[in-house]
Design a protein. Structure first.
Length: 203
């Protein structure tokens, strides 16, 4: 085939393709070319590529522990450094942990031993005690009796703050020294575990 015939044949094929719409068309005027996938990804602001995971709540727990006279239910609480703050032994213990991680334990006829930073202790008994893990407080109610050395305290309600090693008793407060037989009374008392720093008030 001659060169002239070959060129005419190629021109006819190109015309047929254009008529069938197979030739690429330029984008409409005023329209920006679409970005490639890689360009789109790089345009996402830093820090927004993935979502920050939402903290999951702690699974709530409800538990009951039954003790006997020979082997009471026990509840031991320590601080972050491992020091014992209080040790509870009781006939029955009810433990309730909320989804936010805070926990409350309720005890029937408990014996509670409180420990301070100087390794001094106080033994307290009552009809009921409620311990709060979050702030390390214990609230005892009903025929409260607390003994530290020769000092014996009785009152209607006793609250122990394990973070400050401080206690507060309210209602019919009576503090007796078993050696000297000295007696002080009042409506409320604030003290440390060894009753070295005592503040009495009428209410």
């Amino acid at each position: 085939m001659s060169l002239a015939k070959t060129l005419r044949l190629l021109a006819l094929v190109a015309g047929s393709l254009a008529a069938a719409g197979c030739a690429p068309k330029p984008p409409p005027s005023g329209t920006a070319p679409s970005a490639s996938p890689s360009a789109t990804a790089s345009a996402v602001p830093s820090g927004l590529e993935t979502e920050t995971p939402t903290p999951q709540p702690v699974a709530p727990i409800k538990a009951r522990s039954e003790g006997t006279q020979g082997e009471p239910a026990r509840y031991l609480v320590r601080n972050a450094k491992g020091r014992t703050i209080y040790d509870v032994r009781s006939q029955q213990a009810l433990y309730d942990r909320s989804p936010d991680g805070s926990a409350v334990a309720t005890f029937s006829n408990p014996d509670v031993t409180f420990h301070d930073r100087a390794n001094r202790t106080m033994l307290a008994t009552a009809s009921q005690a409620i311990a709060h893990d979050k702030d390390k407080t214990v609230v005892m109610t009903g025929h409260v009796r607390a003994t530290s050395g020769s000092e014996v305290l009785t009152c209607d309600e006793l609250t122990y703050d394990g973070q400050r090693d401080a206690l507060r008793g309210t209602g019919n407060v009576v503090l007796v020294n078993s050696k000297t037989h000295d007696v002080v009374t009042g409506g409320a008392i604030s003290s440390d575990l060894s009753f070295e720093h005592v503040v009495l008030s009428s209410k």
